[in-house]
Each structure stands twice: as C-alpha cells, then as structure tokens.
Design a protein around this ligand. Sequence first.
Ligand SMILES: [Zn+2]
Length: 875
Amino acid sequence: MRNPSPQTIYLKEYRVPDYLIHSVELNIVLDEENTRVVSKLTMERNPDCDSENIALDLVGEQLELVSIALDGKALGDKNYTLSPESLTIAQPPQKQVFMLAIENSINPKANTALEGLYLSNGMLCTQCEAEGFRKITYYLDRPDVMAKFTTTLIGDKDKYPVLLSNGNKVATGELKNNRHWVTWEDPFAKPCYLFALVAGQLEIIEDKFTTLSEREIDLQIFVEAHDKDKCGHAMKSLKDAMTWDEKVYGREYDLDLYMIVAVSHFNMGAMENKGLNVFNTKFVLASPDTASDHDYENIGGVIAHEYFHNWTGNRITCRDWFQLSLKEGFTVFRDQEFTADHTSRGVKRIEDVDLLRTRQFAEDAGPLSHPIRPEAYIEINNFYTLTVYEKGAEVVRMLHTLLGAEGFRTGSDLYFQRHDGQAVTCDDFVNAMAAANDVDLSQFKRWYSQAGTPVINASQHYDEASQTLTLVLEQQSSSPEPLQIPVKTGLVNKDGSVASIRLDDEAAANEITLQLTEDKQSFVFKDLPQKPVVSLLRGFSAPVKLNMSQSLEELAFLLSYDSDPFNRWEAGQKLASEIIFSLIEDIQQGRSLTLNPILIEAFDNVLAQDWDDLSYFSLLLALPDEGYLAEQMKVVDVDAIHEAREYVKTKLADNLQLHFSSLYQSHHKDESGCFGKDAIGRRRIKNTCLSYLSKLETQENHHLAQTQFQDAGNMTDQIAALNVILNSGHPAKAESLESFYQQWQDEALVIDKWFGLQACSPMPDTFARVQALMQHPAFDLKTPNRVRSLIGAFSQSNPVRYHAANGEGYQFLADQVIALNELNPQVASRMVTPLTGWRRFDEARQDLMKAQLERIMQTENISKDVYELASKSLA
Ligand SMILES: [Zn+2]
C-alpha cells in the first residue's frame, strides 16, 4: 500500500547518518520462495552525528521478520517498532560498538519488481542499486554507510551449484541434505547498493589479466549453458577496458577475481557490484550471427562502463543519491572515450550527441527537467535519467576541454588520492580538478544546479577595412548567473583551407576554445584578408543549443570542407533539417512539394569523395532523425515530419540511385565474423545504400533486399534487410518475418529485435500488429527486455504510429503502464515517458494524452515511481 501523496526527499535536508556499520556478516539460506537471511551488524553511534535522536531506524520492505538480538540478547516486541518500510529500535546501546543480529525471510519468486533478490530463469540474483538491499534485510540503506561484507551462501547442490557474492572466495563446505555453502569476503568497505549474490546452474568462461604491477587477476563470465559460445567479445572487451584504465587513468584492478554474470531478467543495462557485475544478457552475449555490429559496440561500452565504476563509483562512491552524476557522469564520459579510442572517434561523438540532442534535450525541455544534480525526488529510481548520465558526461567532458587531457589527468589523480574509500559529492570532484590545476572552477559549478538546455545566440560581422571578424556570443539559461561555456571554434577559407585564428594578441592557431563566461561577449579575430566561414562549437564542446544564422550555401560548404568531423556532419544535418522544415510548411499549407537541388548536390559531393572511415561516410548520408526534427518544432507535427522526411529520402534515392547501387555492389562482401573498423564500415555504408534504394520500390531492389536477407551470414546484414523488407511494399514481407522467427525462436535477444522491428515500423498496419504481438506466446510482461522491445519501441521510436490522431497509441500505452505498475514499478515508470511530453503537441493530442495520464493517476496502489512521473507531468 502506498500513501496517496508520497514524500519528497530534498538535497538540502541531507544529514550524516546517526549510526555507522563497520562490518556485516550475512548468512543466506537460499530457496525460491523462502530464503532465510541472518544479518549480523557491528555498529556504532556516528561520532559526527549531532542529532538528539538516539533511536536506530533501519529500512526494510517486503520482509518477514523472524528475530532480532542486540549484543546476543533477543529483543522482545516491545523494544522495537515495525512498519511496512522500517524497523526502529528506540533504545540501542550507547556504548562504543554493539552487535545487532536480525533474521528475516523473503520470497524471491514473488518479486516481479526485480529489485532485491529475485528469480530469473531458475537462477537467484540481486539488484540493489539504488534501494534494493532493503528488500533483502533491514539495514541503513544509504550510500554513505560503508561496511565490510562477509557473505555465506547456502543452497541445494543441484539447483545452485554456483554460489557467488562480492570479493574473494575464502571457504567452502558440504552440508547434509545435498546442500553446500560458500563464504565470500570483500576486503573493501562498500555501501549496500553494491552488494550482490548470484546462485544457479551457470557455466563459466575463464581468462586471466596481468596488471601493471604484475598481479594476476582471474576473469570469469557466468552464463546459462546454451550461451557459453557467446562470451568471447565480452571477455575481450573486459581486458581492453582493464588495459585502457591503466593507461589513461593509471587505475589498476584491486581484487584477485573479477566476475560477470549475465541474466535474462534485468531492469537496467548492467550493475557494477564490487567484483561481481550483474549484466542484462543483452550487454554480454554476442556471436556474429545473433548480434549486430551495433550490439558489439554496445557490449564493449557497457562492459567497460561497469569495469570503470570500480574506481569511479565503488572505491569512491556517492554521499547521497542526489550525487548520482558524480559516478555516472564521469563513468559515461570514461566509457565514451574508451569506445572512441577503440572505434571511430568522430562517429562515436556524433552518435553520443545525437542521443543527447534527441532524447536528453527533450527531457530537459519537459515537465521532468532537472539539474544533473537534482535537488528533490520522490523515487530515486526515476532519476537514472539521460540528464544525470548523458548531460552529466557532457559536463565532465567540458572540464576535460577546459583543463586539457593532462590537466584533467592531474585532477583525476588528486580526486582518487583524496577520496579513496569515501562517499563524496559532485563538489568534491570539481574541487579536486580545480586544486590540481590551480584554477577557479566556482563558476563552472553552476552546471550542476541548472536545469534545461542553455542557448547560445551567435552573430558575426566581418570588416574588410580592418580585416577583422567580430563574433558576438550571448548565452541564456535557467542559471541566474552566467555559465562558463567552452566554445571550440575554427575558421575556414573560401577555398576550403584552414584560416588561422588570431584572437587579440595571442599566437595564431588552427582552432581555439573561446571562454564564454559572461551573458554577452565579443571576440575579435584579426588578420583575415578575406571573410572566412565560421565553424562554431566544434566537437559539440558544450551541451547547448546554438543559434547562428547560416545560409544553405554556407552549410553545404561546411559539409564539404569543415576539418572538424562533428561540425562537418552537423552542417549536413542542419542543411537537411532546414530543407525538411520548409517542406513541412508546404505540407501544412497544402502546397505541392519539390526538393531543393542544393541537397542533392551536397549529397552528390559527399558521394563523389573517397572515404577511409566508411562508418563516418554513412553518417554523412543519414537524414536527421524524426525525433530530432520534432525536438526543434514548437508544435510537433509528427505526420508532416514523417511525410517530408520520407519525401526527401525518396527524392535523394531517385536522383542518386546510380551512386547508391554502385556503392552497394562494391561494399557487399561476406565478411561475417570480421569486426574490424573497415568490415563494419563496409556493412554500414552498404546498408545505408540499401535503405535508400528500397524507397524506389523496384523489383530489382526488392530482389536485392531479399537476397541479402536470405544469404546473410551475420545479424547486421540480416536485420538491415528485414527492416527494409518490412518497411516497403515488398511482396515477401510476411514470409520473411515468419522465417526469421522460425530461425531464431530460441535466441531471446534476436527475438527482441524481431519484436522491436515490427513495433517501429511506420507502415499503417503497425498498431494492429503491435496489439497482436502482445498476445504472442513469446511476449511476457514480466521480462523487461521484451517490454522494452515491443511497448517501449512502439511508444518511443515510432512517432507517426504512436501519436495516431485517434489516441489509440496513448490508450494502449496507459493500459500497459497500469498493468506494469504493480508487477514492476521501475519499468512501468520508464514506459510513462512518451505521455509526459504532451505540451509539445496540438490541442487535440494534448487532451488525449492528458486524459491517459489522469487515468494512470487513478491506478489503485499506484507506485511511487509512476506517481512521481505522472503527477509531475500533469502539474
Ligand atoms: Zn553506471
């Protein structure tokens, strides 16, 4: 039961904990329906606590209390009070150190929320971040209480041959009734959100890693037997990540053993529990025939992300959950750089910015907008957001830009040295960066408390007589005082060469980082005999919206000549966006459509060049995403966006089909199993061409897609062809979908793709298909990956069908949120998001979306998670 208006928690009310826990001894007897937990806590009153209150408040949810003892003496029920969410001992001993022993039982099988201890395909596993440990036993479940854990797991030898927890395995033994036990000891003090246990029938894949100081680490990946052949890439990525962190940050792994377990039922991507990472199978398992190139890259990134947390999150953790971006922003920045170093830097940057601008900007413009360090929350699970993660990473990236790679490293070294073993704040992080570099970052800290996307308005004036160019930058944001914004800038001569920049009396450079620190600032560039084209905010050096009027010709010019890979791509995106927006207006006014030839010419120029980085090349040929276009409209018109974008794509295909065909033919090779940059690039450009060609709906191109689908030896090619078949008038649509299902029905992750592809299809029969798929035997509301691949994909990645004018998409989504509310509140609240942006749409759609949000608010036993999102978006 929930209180109808749940309590809000505020950052400004943070107090140090009243009590500390030195060590925890857990003894857990595993059983699907009745797991027994005995927890022995060595505790003391916190010497830093000045509260008068001496009561000891432990939190616990959905627990069956069996007994409590203080210093070995059983407590009678008059000595404590129990509520559905807490256990309070009014008079704990006020001596230096005391022992509290609690025994309770839990039912993992009934746990569909997948928080705490739960069951996944017969395996028992845990998820404790953010507040799941309280569903295992009564505890001080907050990140600033750090303790050393010793965990003994006891279970049936056949059901649970593998028994894992954090740290090092220190003892094992046998018991009667076919049971055995294992004791794990973690020598590092940690908050309970990093606790983990896994028990089940698992196969192991092993390897070794030798650290910089020549310590040998055992690496182990645990999976279900049928997935044993799909762990090679994850293991390689782990070793790459360990090497990279030593090289780039000087960080070495600290335990003797590093374990990863892949589970099929998981609310998030993966979890960095100390020494025992638990992963969604999606981010571990890969073989060339079942995983796409994109999956391979994601696996590498997520494996690295969780590994990097060992220092940025585990050794140094967050003081409270408002500081979540301390560990997430920094670690996302680290994994982005890791991927950039192992793939194509330009492509990685573009994809990260694309995600940020399409999704995080929308979040930041909506009712749930919050700073990267939020000031209040009802349910912390709702703050694992794009803002905290992706914008958080951009803020860390700005520090890297401002301090330079060396300065940033000096700063991170000091941060690790100062705070190892502590629970700290975002301020502590910035302070270490400032101290190590002897700079003042107090203005920079404003980034941590401002919400919404800042805007920079740029204007320029060239003066021929003085051969100067004056650039005026003006910033607007929710921050009452101006932000410190690094603006990387370059100048390009009319012939495409680099114009060197001389600002005031500084030496000339090819590129410069302007420091925007005031509301409005002018920068004068000297010695420019001809007017250059300005390339501003290179590499997307700050998470802002840049307004600068540029002609279509200037954009086409930058698409051909800008030496900055990001801005070159960006110029093409802007050019295509402007053209699509003018077509949208034509559609809205009922005018006939014609494509401005400048876009065809610009694409023709790109196609005529020789490209080393084929992935980057294919990004230059990609039109802006419908979501990104929507993000830039005052009143989003999903139908016109879709129609205009499809029109442009078809016209480009029509005009450039010879290019696309010949590119397709020259890059179509069977290189299944090759994951080098070049092989990936060839697949990518080829599939980009296939997608354009499919718009022509010719028999020849239908044949091309079908042949690729049937002959593909790798998932990238197979799924790309199926996508094209599904989203065209291809005659073999039904049979292809069916044969794909038959081929892959035993591979859950591939079947997720099959659901996702159909859910994202813009074809008119999609809604009926989605409804039918909800009844498919392979669909299960209790499996988050399935929910995301069908309901999530339809509502978040299929604007034109989800936003159908009759409101059927909204009603469908609300039905699913209500069904998920009690099963899995975290997943339910993630599904609410596509309703929360209702203010961006026309009045009729606004009313329809609001009505569904109001219906959600009426849900009986509404969870805190869903309540917070729905109520805030209606407010
Ligand atoms: Zn993380």
